[in-house]
Write a new protein. Structure first.
Length: 290
């Protein structure tokens, strides 16, 4: 079976590279933790919606998903308590939402039966949980390398969450493998779902991170990669709906303006020397951690 795993940001920066920079700026660090909280909180809502759609069948999956909701709620609670103790914001985090992007990129529905819907749901959960594991693992490593009373407190919370997140990934891998073994047709459905949701997740991840010049065109490139995982007859409709959203995203423009304004107010010299050239060129200039 195909192994689905998260890729680097724009094939350049790993989670470790990014988080090595994040922990150096407390404001950005707190925003990152708040995004974790928000994602865990939203997962409860999305998993609950899935349980309602399944409507009691298959029974074992419904039971397992209910336990999954409990875990995500615990993670949201622990992160909320941490942020509260650190005096950080508990509101909706600024910027483009990873989860909103993921849901927007779904943008179509070809699911004809409950079984196919179940496979697609398992593939979607699995790939997003893998991204979460990648980030928590990298974050813990960076915090160990930068000890302080606050960082140690943050690390303790992430280390509490990490084993359950890894357990969710193993569960998803097992469930997809069980379905794939049922028949060649089931195997093909699982493979197609995994390829599709890997492409969707990568596009959602990059959309939430990339606000530099040319981001719109890079979003369109990711949309083409998603479309290539769809049946031929679905591709035109998907692209016709999705490309305008990628090219004319008001939230992206707002995030850009906020970023530029904040950078200008903090350090005009740094703004002209580094951020503005990087923004206009669309090229990353963050140094990778050694």
């Amino acid at each position: 079976m195909t192994v689905a795993y998260p890729r680097k940001f724009r094939n350049q920066l790993s989670a470790y590279d990014i988080l090595s920079q994040v922990v150096k700026n407390r404001e950005i660090h707190m925003i990152t933790l708040n995004r974790y909280r928000f994602n865990e909180q939203r997962s409860c809502k999305d998993l609950t919606n899935l349980i309602e759609v399944l409507n009691g069948k298959p029974r074992e999956l419904v039971k397992e998903l209910s336990h999954h909701v409990k875990d995500e709620a615990n993670h949201a609670e622990w992160l909320t308590d941490l942020l509260y103790e650190l005096g950080a914001d508990l509101g909706t985090p600024p910027g483009v939402s990873y989860i909103d992007n993921f849901e927007r990129l779904l943008g179509y529905s070809s699911i004809q039966d409950q079984e196919t819907g179940m496979i697609e749901a398992l593939a979607a959960i699995n790939v997003t949980e893998k991204r979460g594991c990648e980030y928590f693992s990298a974050h813990i490593k960076v915090l160990k390398e930068n000890p302080s009373p606050e960082n140690d407190k943050i690390r303790a919370t992430l280390e509490r969450i990490m084993p359950e997140e890894a357990g969710h990934v193993r569960w998803g891998n097992r469930k997809l493998a069980e379905v794939a073994k049922q028949s060649p047709e089931h195997y093909q459905k699982v493979e197609q779902a995994k390829q599709k949701y890997v492409a969707i997740e990568q596009a959602a991840y990059e959309s939430g991170m990339d606000v530099l010049g040319g981001a719109e065109l890079r979003r369109v490139d990711n949309l083409l990669k998603i479309a290539n995982t769809l049946p031929l007859w679905e591709r035109p409709q998907y692209l016709l709906k999705s490309i305008p959203d990628a090219l004319f995203d008001g939230e992206l423009q707002k995030t850009r303006l906020d970023l530029l304004q904040q950078s200008w107010q903090k350090d005009p010299a740094q703004f002209f020397q580094n951020l503005l050239p990087m923004f206009l060129s669309g090229e990353l200039s963050v140094k990778k951690a050694k």
